[in-house]
Design a protein around this ligand. Sequence first.
Ligand code: G6P
Length: 526
Amino acid sequence: MLDILKDHAARIGDRRIETLFDDSGRAGAFSLDACGMLFDYSKTQVDTALRDALIGIAEAAGVAQRRDAMFGGRKINETEGRAVLHTALRNLDGGPVLVDGQDVMPGVLETLARMETVARDIRAGDIADVVNIGIGGSDLGPAMAVRALSPYHDGPRCHFVSNVDGADIADTLRLCDPARTLFIVASKTFTTIETMTNARTARAWLSDHGVSTDGRFVALSSNTEAAAEWGIPGDRVLGFEDWVGGRYSVWGPIGLSVMIAIGPEAFRAFLRGAQAMDTHFRAAALPENMPVLLALVGLWHNQGQGHATRAVLPYDNRLARLPAYLQQLEMESNGKGVAMDGSTLACQSGPVVWGEPGTNGQHAFYQLIHQGTRVIPCEFLVAARGHEPDLKHHHDLLVANCLAQSEALMRGRSLNEARARVADKFTGAELDRQARHRVFPGNRPSTTLIYPRLDPETLGKIIALYEHRVFVEGVILDINSYDQWGVELGKELATALGPVVSGEAGTQGKDGSTAQLVSYKLRHGG
Ligand SMILES: O=P(O)(O)OC[C@H]1O[C@H](O)[C@H](O)[C@@H](O)[C@@H]1O
């Protein structure tokens, strides 16, 4: 794969992307319409020969076969011996899905119905605030989706507490009335230290205010026994199977806070959107397959061009948490240095993903994107219309800014153009010097995903699109996208350091830096 990409990099050289538009069919030929959304990747170096090569790489890696294995319930998460079936959670009107010869769909639909009962009950009661306590996949998905869908909220307010930093829960509880607050303890394992610590603090808060904990806790977990032991009654425990990865779990019980916020019908629309993307991903030929193309363009930028990071720039303020959500989805899934067979990865792992909503980012870090020495491929997301009909002029400005950025990144501004802009102020060498500061190199690639409006169905499509993109990238890089062993070591060391930082144990055996930091903490914080 790397050789093929290297050959194309040599062929393309320093070609200007805008010259590709000399072919008037460029935009149409290098964009894709699926599920009512348009993915435009024409402002990249991908041309017909490169696209053919990238598709060839996907074919050779067995993307289609692996995709069918995933949807078919095969245990493609080989290091944990698990199937990968978050898609079953949104298989609302699909056929059976077998794991070890057993159809999982009756269980999925039953759990969905139970979620709906719990959500309706909470929405109809006198709960004013719902606090989801969870971290990682048990936080980012629902937190991102609840924020994204705020125009659809007609349920109680939802808050998210994730950090073990007591500031998080303290700041949240200050906003809540103990008599009218419900806590959701969201944890696949029901052992995560941050979540269990916050859950105990929430329980103590209710007791401190003389409020019974009866009916105030819901548990979302694969470890239903631990949830029961913690004292949460069975009808308030919503379980899910080990074939739902934490960062892929917003579609099932972990999405309860989303369902409480927007209601069961809108939540079903969210699932339907994801299911539509699943259907597209399964059926479309690779060259017309949106998740495949999104992955391949990313592969070109990271493995082909060596661009180590990718900016996700939603021109949709309600997607403010999308970059954080994608950081977990993409970096925890494909940030691995070992191939499926245990050998060292022959290429770079997935890229660093980062970003902020536009237009805010423009006034912060776009300077580096436009003029920095490193090229950062950008992924823009924007809706054709917003939810505020009275503020259409805002939306038009937003879209104009989004399109302006991708155009500016591609075209740049030459030295001559820069000179012309300041020729009335400077002359000679000073003119040259001043002009050079105003040059934009351009030729910086970007893609744009444009969709009608950020409604529940569209959000479902967007998230599923990114999930499948991660899958395709993982297959091509020969990575197991569904484990996360890399998070273990820090957790183990934190557990061991607990008594050390509290002063109960000494720093013997610790390195000098750690010992010094512990000593500072004990001197200044006890
Ligand atoms: O849902 P939980 O079991 O509490 O896990 C929460 C999170 O913790 C872990 O450290 C993993 O890296 C994440 O993938 C997971 O989502």
